[in-house]
Structure formats: structure tokens, C-alpha cells
Design a protein around this ligand. Structure first.
Ligand code: F6R
Length: 600
């Protein structure tokens, strides 16, 4: 994870670096640092915690006599959170920052006596190693090449060496892009941020070593010229408007982003589906892959494909798929779901299935991402930038993408009639206004439920069929932003073990849509209530007279299978948000997390 910035030849080195680091905070916020440099001097400032601490610490430092800056915001992997382990690592001749993990750092550390044995950070080991190589080889280019050949892992490095006044960018696996105008360069691990600075961009590729010497940019190993493309500009997503948190803003943005995603799909993306997609779906099986919330979207996708098509379909966690044997004899289409398009586990799983000659499709919110560059076909979600660490609008847009895909495939292979297809597309088109009403109407209830949660020790979520992944998602949302202990279960599984957790201090949120499993889901709720567990039921069925015990029923709008996951997600997002608000946690940047998980 971590975020990197580098700026060369700009009038506002320090303030731009801090500004960019603030935007990169979603990649980690354990510690941060900057190094200002020139051919005379390197000056490094580091602090623990958020960028605001670094900003305060560097307030009185002038950048007047420096030609460049590198900066870093950290999500700790190796080595505790401390000022020492914060990047950049620097001495009087060298400064560097890294995003990623150097897998063979301990072998390197053990091999060279010049590297202290008590250091724990893989980047610090790399720093000592490079510093040793620079001393050993007269030409720093040679040192950099040997360094790159020796280190193993997924990483992006930005390095300044005073000896030759050169700046280097190394990439293997982790994203890093450069924007340029005249003599000035901005380097960043999130290319979308760069559009605010310069209008041309270059995305580094794996294996690249780029060298910038004053204003001359070139590959270190290759002869070709680096070709910059036009940079697309984005709306400023880093403005909370009148909302207290990005998460709440993003929850409220769902009606509009769902509307624009659906209208893009109906007006252009899925038009002529057969010509565009038939080749991709001529397979024996579909496997949906993701991590965290995106995995829950995959699970919903499995129910959609199962319901609307005749294809065999299953779901995999990307971090598990990477290390599984894959059936080579079957033709499989792997559909990868990722908001960021950069999640290392998902990216590596994508590379893995490609190497096994299987087909791949990526559903992502980030069109500039590494996954887009790898995949055969990309289906964009139009959720716009999601800043809050807890995924909300990106998740519902992923669901929309999967719903459309399942309907299009079902119609193409005649597993659903034209009438059913139209009815469901119509439901999806009406969804944004339904969601808008639901957000407004459910907000007071979410506040009431959040008060109840503060009296509980644990909160469980149960659901069956297509509501089951939503129970998992509700639980993930709650635990990640409020830190309350929470689990999600399929309702039918409770009696096979988890019901042992139930006591009077627990609350279970039961998702009970009006479908074939309604009666069974009510029984599951009843079984919990019979063991003194407190129950909150979310259901579109108005009259639940059979239910007794300490139970609160919240009415949901009428649903069909296609809109069930959306309808039941919204209340859970709001409950988590208002509960976390009352707990006083850092909602947009919860502890130990980062928005984009670019390490394994
Ligand atoms: C939870 C959350 C994470 C991400 C997961 C995958 O709210 O956001 O669980 O869903 O890290 O991230 P992407 O979708 O970027 O691959």
C-alpha cells in the first residue's frame, strides 16, 4: 500500500507534496515524510500519524533552495509504526521512498555487513543496500541497475541520488505514473491525482527504470523515447461539501452514480452485447473474484448469474485463488471485481489466470488502473472517485454492473425471456429514485438502531440466498468503521454452530426479504430470540404477527430478486455510519486500514 509523490522543478515543492500526500492518505496513514533535495543538500522531515502532523512539523521549513521533493504516506507492513520506520529513508547522498514489499529483504540484510541487523523495515534494508551499492560502484546508474536486479517483490521506488543529481523511478507491480510539462515533473502512485497538475501523463510499466536528470527524462535500460499521453482531468473528489464525512457523502451519492452507471449501460455499454461479449462467454464456467467488499459483490453476482443464466458459476477470494490449482481442461471466464483496480491480491490472481490461458474480464471504478491494463475486457462502474475507506457507492455500482451482465447473458443465451429481461432492466432503471427515498426515510431509524448497538457487546447479521452476501457486507462495514465485534452468517447456518454466540448482550440484524425463503428466515430470527438474543428485522413484509421476544421490525420497500441486494445494503451502511459516529471513530480513515491494498 502506501502512497508516493515526487516533484521536480516546481515553484511549490513543499505545499504541492503535502497536498498530494493528503489525497494519497487513503493508501495509508500510519506515518508520513518528505525529503527536499538539490545537488547541494537533502533535508528530510518525518512524523507519525496523518499528513496534518507532517504539515505542522514542516511549516517553518522553506523549499526555496531545493529543486525537488519526494514524499510518502505509510501503511505499515514490516516494522512498527514509528518515526524511524517512516519514509523517506535518507542520508547526505541518497533519499528514497517505496510502495510495496521487498520479499527478499532479510536475505539481503543477512548478506551484507553494511546493513544494520536491528532494522525491521524492508525499505530501510533496501536503502542501506542501495547506499552500499552507490559507494561500491562509481556510476550510480550501475548501482541502480544492480539494485533493481537483486530486489524481489512488488514495488515502486522513487529515488534521488545527490552524487549525480539524478532522480530514478523503479516499478515492478505497484502503480506509478509521471506527469510532465516543460521542465517540471510530478510523480505519483495514483495517476488520477496527477491530472490536477500537468496535462500529459506516462504510466510506468513493470521492469521500468526511469531516470530524470534535471529536465531530461529517459529509460535507463531501453533506447526508446518515453511517450507521454494526454492526461484526462477529473472532478475534484476531495471535497466533502456539506457532509461531515466522505462516507456519508458517498452513501448519499448512490442514487446519482447508480443512475449514471445504469444510463451508460443502457445507452452504450451493453448495446450490441452479442458482438462485444459473445466470445468471452463461450466458456464452461464463470468464476467471480474479489477481496473484501468486492468479494461480497462477487457473491451477489453468483446469485444473479445463477438466477438469470444457465451458466455454471462460483466465487473465489482473490487471495486464495492465487495459490490454487486451476483446471486447465475447462474453459473458464474469470470476472474480477475491484473498485481501485490496484488490489494486489486481485491483480496477481488476474495475472495468474491469464498465464493459465483463461479468459478475463474486470469490473472496476478506476479506468487508469493496473487491472485495466491486464484484462481482456473492462466494464467500468461510474461511481466516481470513492474517498472514504469503507466502500459504499462503489459496491452498489458493482452490483449494478453484475445485474446488467447477468441479464444480458441470460437474454443472449435464451435462459430468460425478453419480457423478464425488460421487466428487470426497468427495475434497475427505477432503482436510483427508490434508493434516494430509502436513504432519506431510513436515516432516522439508523440513528435509533445505532443507540441500541451501543448497549450491545456484539452485532451479528444474517440473511439467506441473495441477502446472505449483504449480511456479510453489513458486518464488514460495521466492524471496519466502528471496531465493534461483528460477524455475518447465512441464516440457515446459525444452528450449525454460530448460535452458540447468542446471548442477551448481542444484537442480530436479520435481513428478511419477501421471497421463497421468507418463512425459514423468520424461523431463524425466532430461534435467536428464543435464546434471549435481541433482534432487529429488516423486511418488506408488513405484518409479522407471529414474531415475539425483544424484536424490532423495520419496514423495507417492496423488492424483487434483482433489487434486493441494493435495498438491504443501504440501511446497513447507514446503521454502521451512525453507530461509528456515536462511537467517535475516524470514519473515513479507520485504524489499521487503507483504501487501496497494494500489498499481499
Ligand atoms: C471495505 C473495503 C475493502 C475493499 C477491498 C478490495 O469497505 O473497501 O474490503 O473492498 O480491499 O478493494 P478493491 O475493490 O479496490 O479491489
Amino acid at each position: 500500500m502506501c502512497g508516493i509523490v515526487g516533484i521536480l522543478n516546481s515553484k511549490s515543492l513543499k505545499s504541492d507534496a503535502i497536498e498530494i500526500l493528503k489525497k494519497l492518505e487513503y493508501r495509508g496513514y500510519d506515518s508520513a515524510g518528505i525529503s527536499l533535495f538539490s545537488d547541494q543538500k537533502i533535508r528530510t522531515i518525518k512524523s507519525v500519524g496523518k499528513i496534518s502532523n507532517l504539515e505542522k512539523k514542516s511549516k517553518n521549513i522553506s523549499d526555496k533552495f531545493f529543486s525537488g521533493v519526494i514524499g510518502h504516506t505509510r501503511w505499515a507492513t514490516h516494522g512498527v509504526v514509528s518515526r524511524n520506520n517512516a519514509h523517506p529513508f535518507a542520508n547526505e547522498n541518497l533519499t528514497l521512498v517505496c510502495n510495496g514489499i521487498i520479499e527478499n529483504y532479510s536475505q539481503i540484510q543477512n548478506r551484507y555487513k553494511e546493513i544494520p541487523k536491528n532494522i525491521k523495515s524492508d525499505t530501510e534494508v533496501s536503502f542501506y543496500y542501495l547506499s552500499y551499492l552507490i559507494d561500491k560502484y562509481k556510476n550510480p546508474d550501475e548501482a541502480i541497475e544492480i539494485f533493481q536486479k537483486t530486489i524481489r517483490g512488488n514495488f515502486a521506488f522513487v529515488i534521488f541520488i545527490k552524487k549525480n543529481n539524478c532522480f530514478y523511478i523503479l516499478k515492478n507491480g505497484s502503480p506509478i505514473s509521471i506527469s510532465n510539462k516543460n521542465q517540471s515533473f510530478y510523480i505519483c502512485s495514483d495517476s488520477s491525482i496527477l491530472s490536477n497538475y500537468h496535462d500529459t501523463i506516462f504510466h510506468c510499466e513493470d521492469g521500468d527504470i526511469i531516470k530524470i536528470n534535471e529536465s531530461k527524462i529517459s529509460y535507463l535500460q531501453k533506447k526508446n523515447k518515453i511517450s507521454f499521453q494526454k492526461n484526462i482531468s477529473y472532478q475534484n473528489p476531495y471535497d466533502k461539501g456539506n457532509y461531515q464525512h466522505f462516507m456519508l457523502k458517498e452513501i448519499h451519492e448512490q442514487p446519482s452514480v447508480l443512475k449514471s452507471t445504469q444510463s451508460k449501460y443502457t445507452s452504450e455499454y451493453f448495446i450490441d452485447f452479442e458482438t462485444k461479449f459473445r466470445h468471452l462467454f463461450e466458456v464452461d464456467k464463470i468464476v467471480l473474484v474479489g477481496c473484501g467488499t468486492a468479494y461480497h459483490a462477487s457473491m451477489v453476482g453468483e446469485y444473479y448469474f445463477n438466477h438469470f443464466t444457465n451458466k455454471e458459476v462460483s466465487t473465489e477470494l482473490a487471495s486464495e485463488l492465487r495459490y490454487k490449482k486451476i483446471n486447465k481442461n475447462k474453459q473458464i471466464l474469470y470476472i474480477f471485481i475491484s473498485q481501485s483496480g490496484e488490489t494486489m491480491d486481485t491483480l496477481m490472481a488476474l495475472k495468474y489466470v491469464k498465464s493459465m490461458n483463461h479468459k478475463s474480464l474486470v469490473i472496476t471504478n478506476s479506468l487508469e488502473s493496473s487491472m485495466v491494463r491486464e484484462a481482456e475486457v473492462t466494464i467500468p462502474t461510474y461511481a466516481q472517485k470513492e474517498v472514504g475507506v469503507a466502500s459504499t457507492k462503489a459496491f452498489t455500482c458493482q452490483l449494478l454492473s453484475l445485474a446488467n451482465l447477468a441479464l444480458e447473458l441470460g437474454r443472449m443465451e435464451n435462459s430468460i425471456s425478453n419480457q423478464i429481461y425488460k421487466k428487470n432492466i426497468n427495475l434497475l432503471t427505477k432503482l436510483p429514485s427508490k434508493i434516494k427515498k430509502l436513504i432519506n426515510e431510513f436515516t432516522p431509524n439508523a440513528k435509533i438502531i445505532s443507540k441500541k448497538l451501543s448497549q450491545a457487546n456484539a452485532c451479528y447479521f444474517i440473511g439467506r440466498n441473495i441477502a446472505y452476501p449483504i449480511a456479510l457486507e453489513g458486518s464488514l462495514k460495521l466492524k471496519e468503521i466502528s471496531y465493534m465485534h461483528s460477524e455475518g452468517f447465512p441464516g440457515g447456518e446459525m444452528k450449525h454452530g454460530p448460535i452458540a454466540l447468542i446471548d442477551k448482550d448481542s444484537i442480530t440484524v436479520c435481513l428478511i426479504p419477501n421471497n421463497d425463503l421468507f418463512e425459514k428466515s423468520v424461523s431463524n430470527a425466532q430461534e435467536i430470540s428464543a435464546r434471549n438474543g435481541k433482534i432487529i428485522i429488516l423486511s418488506s413484509v408488513k405484518n409479522m404477527s407471529k414474531i415475539n421476544g425483544e424484536i424490532k421490525v423495520m419496514n423495507m420497500p417492496k423488492e424483487n430478486i434483482i433489487d434486493t441486494p441494493f435495498i438491504y445494503t443501504i440501511p446497513l451502511q447507514l446503521i454502521s455510519y451512525y453507530f461509528a459516529l456515536s462511537e467517535g471513530t475516524d470514519i473515513d480513515q479507520p485504524r489499521n486500514l487503507a483504501k487501496s491494498v497494494t500489498v499481499e
